[in-house]
Write a new protein. Structure first.
Length: 276
């Protein structure tokens, strides 16, 4: 398959199939890997004639404060607490589920997000309303961890080969998950049976079901709670740079997208009709 066929295929994806720019870029990256790494081609200058798919710019789905409250009322236990952190702290789904005990700062009302998007650390707010529920969750997690230790287990997965550098850290309480799974599973990377954190699919299903039970017609995923956090922080008058830091956005333009729902119409302006 030569230059003409590759260019025709990528253009076909954009023109006839109508795929998104992300899908086309994924196909292009796969072909680049094939030709460079497998077939040994050093340069592919003939990809310059590809018709690019149009980049879509979608506005985020955002809940009102009433909808957020009613959705959370339909959740219980660890799923309620995790969803409350998504909305109350602006966490991404996996950032929440991968929280470690040592990353919870009760006295400073902070959560330390380790290796977030772009492998960056950041600090975000810990809602005061969640202090007691979070302490109770940690008490349950600690009891589970102590049972694992008594059974000769209790070693959690550690990032960046820390288990080699600090052999005892994997069993230390501070490194344990805030939201541990109730069951053990085999780590596919090492073949070791250990306790992982709660599965993201479980929280996704719980939030979707809670939205239906609350009568919310909008498409609702855990990430919608993060969108709602950003929007409601801006509604409360917080500076957009502060919200950017709490969300962990590299570019403030990404945060600016939330200004479209500040109860003042599109672009954050008042319609002249409302002044009549």
């Amino acid at each position: 398959m030569g230059a003409l066929e590759i260019e025709a295929f990528l253009s076909h994806l954009a023109v006839e199939r109508g795929v998104s720019s992300a899908t086309q870029n994924q196909a292009k990256a796969a072909l680049l890997f094939l030709y460079k790494e497998v077939l040994g081609a050093v340069d592919l200058p003939w990809l310059t004639e590809v018709v690019a798919a149009k980049t879509s710019r979608r506005l985020p789905v955002v809940l009102t404060q009433r909808e957020a409250r009613e959705l959370l009322m339909q959740l219980h236990g660890a799923h309620w607490l995790a969803a409350s952190l998504l909305y109350g702290s602006g966490l991404r789904l996996l950032e929440c589920l991968r929280l470690r005990v040592k990353d919870v700062e009760f006295e400073r009302r902070e959560l330390v997000v380790r290796q977030g998007k772009g492998s960056k650390d950041r600090v975000t707010v810990l809602p005061e309303n969640l202090l007691l529920p979070l302490r109770n969750q940690l008490a349950q997690a600690r009891a589970l961890h102590e049972r694992d230790l008594a059974a000769g287990r209790g070693a959690v997965w550690l990032p960046d080969a820390l288990a080699v550098k600090f052999p005892r850290a994997a069993r230390a309480w501070g490194w344990q998950w805030v939201f541990p799974s109730r069951s053990l599973s085999v780590d596919p990377r090492s073949g070791v049976e250990r306790r992982h954190h709660l599965a993201e699919q479980g929280l996704q299903r719980a939030v979707s079901l809670a939205a239906r039970r609350a009568g919310i017609d909008k498409p609702c995923s855990p990430h919608v709670l993060r969108h709602s956090f950003a929007t409601h922080m801006l509604q409360a008058g917080y500076d957009i740079r502060t919200v950017q830091e709490l969300l962990g956005h590299a570019d403030v333009k990404t945060t600016m997208i939330y200004t479209h729902v500040l109860n003042r119409g599109g672009r954050g302006v008042l319609s002249p009709l409302d002044s009549l």
